[in-house]
Design a protein around this ligand. Structure first.
Ligand code: ADP
Length: 438
């Protein structure tokens, strides 16, 4: 389908051609007249086009638009309309950008947009306050040249976007920031840094408080335990009194257990070990002894061991022992007699060391799984207490794993059993022979 303006252009051309051809007939040279007309028309068309190109080249201002007709006139009208529309759009985007800039500038959190080479594309005024990044002067600079902390550089290159990094503010002396990375667009990253000084202070206060209280409770509990022992040795006590004393002793032991666990937790929480800190642990032998001792005290369970005895772990013996032992005792306590417990210590294909304890007990419903490692969270509080549980076992396992750069994961199917797994990073794993030669 031809457009109206092209139809108009063609009809104008044909009318002209007809007129010139008639005149040619009268003069006796119709073909020559038509050829001259054709050449003239093409030249006129090219001239109009050339005027347009020049006008477009000079910025296509409406005031300078060439006087023209037909197809070229229609094109000029279209360009006018298009320019008007894009001007309107531009103004809209400008308004939106100004609004976004003033909003982002007022954000309390520092926001920095980085390109694929971690060069700063944009930052807000909070970034100046917290990270000392000038929104104008530092544009185009690599951010790790401005925030020069090794753990920040590591965080930047780390592919995990879930992590949060806590670092001191580069511009305000005693403030602490939590930095998060949000990947966006094509190879772009947004860094968001929030001032968490108050949150950290509250956390530290809570830690110190729990640590202090637990510490203070230790001595009176030891004294109470001593007197209880003395009283229980008294032969003259009647049966009722003896039973009462046994109960008080059991409760004071439970309290001591809680106090010891709380103390251990407050020491571990938010306090990762340095990269190579710790002893070289012969995990195979440690787990075997643990299972042997536990098996002797509870003959009711069958243990299957899959231990790689050549695999050593670098870490704190006390914490690793406690974590491994907690998972084993839980597997015994929360399964029925006759259950099978599979204990494994192996290296995965990507070099991580994996300790796992799998049982074929009743399992745990999915809704509890994410909360199991919270302090004092229990699926069945009554059963846990009766079995001497403090409700802190899995919290200790989680923090001990985290202190070693590891991770606790829990899988469970109600009716089939549970698998508790601690995964340690390759940096903490050594072949035992190599460890022995070191
Ligand atoms: P507790 O001292 O109560 O055992 P934990 O932190 O070790 O505290 O465990 C938290 C809860 O997780 C337990 O109360 C129990 O309900 C559940 N749990 C732990 N291990 C198992 C297991 N192997 N099978 C089923 N439930 C378990």
């Amino acid at each position: 389908m031809l457009s109206n303006c092209l139809k108009g252009e063609i009809s104008r051309f044909l009318t002209g051609l007809l007129g010139v051809a008639l005149a040619g007939f009268v003069l006796g040279f119709p073909a020559i007249c038509a050829l001259i007309y054709l050449t003239g028309y093409v030249f006129w068309l090219l001239r109009r086009m050339d005027n347009m190109v020049r006008w477009l080249d000079s910025g296509a201002k409406p005031a300078n638009a060439p006087q023209t007709t037909g197809l070229t006139d229609e094109m000029i009208q279209l360009i006018h309309r298009e320019k008007k529309y894009s001007r309107k759009q531009r103004n809209r985007y400008r308004g939106m950008l100004a609004q976004f800039n003033s909003l982002a500038a007022d954000l309390p959190d520092a926001t920095v947009v980085l390109d694929r080479d971690f060069e700063i594309r944009w930052s807000n005024s909070a970034a100046q306050r917290l990270l000392n990044i000038d929104p104008e002067k530092d544009r185009g600079q690599r951010i790790d040249n401005l925030v020069r902390l090794p753990k920040f550089r590591e965080f930047l290159h780390n592919n995990s976007d879930e992590e949060e990094l806590e670092i001191p503010s580069s511009s305000i002396g005693d403030r602490i920031m939590a930095i998060r990375k949000v990947p966006t667009g094509k190879h772009m990253t947004v860094l968001i840094a929030a001032d968490i000084t108050q949150r950290v202070q509250v956390r530290e206060m809570r830690k110190a408080f729990v640590g202090d209280v637990s510490h203070e409770l230790r001595t009176p509990l030891t004294v109470i335990r001593g007197y209880l022992e003395m009283l229980r040795e008294n032969e003259s006590l009647d049966e009722q009194m003896k039973q009462g004393l046994d109960q008080v002793t059991a409760q004071s032991d439970r309290m001591r257990g809680i106090v010891e666990d709380l103390l251990q937790l407050s020491k571990m929480e938010g306090n990762p070990l340095a990269e190579n800190e710790g002893d070289t642990l012969n995990m195979g032998a440690m787990i075997q002894t643990m299972v042997h001792t536990l098996g002797e005290s509870t003959e009711s369970h069958e243990f299957i061991l899959e231990l790689d005895s050549t695999l050593a772990l670098v870490g704190s013996e006390r914490e690793i022992y406690s974590a491994c032992h907690n998972l084993l005792t839980n597997a015994v306590r929360y399964t029925d007699p006759g259950s099978t417990i599979r204990v494994s210590w192996q290296q995965s294909a990507d070099g991580e060391a994996v300790y796992s304890v799998a049982d074929n007990g009743h399992g745990i419903e999915a809704r509890h799984l994410s909360r199991l490692s919270e302090r004092f969270y229990r699926v069945d509080a009554g059963r846990s207490r009766d079995d001497g549980g403090t409700g802190l076992g899995l919290a200790i396992v989680k923090h001990a794993a985290q202190r070693h750069g590891g991770l606790l994961s829990i899988n469970s199917t109600p009716g089939s059993g549970s698998v508790f797994t601690i995964t340690f990073p390759p940096a903490r794993v050594l072949p035992l022979q190599l460890a022995a030669n070191q």
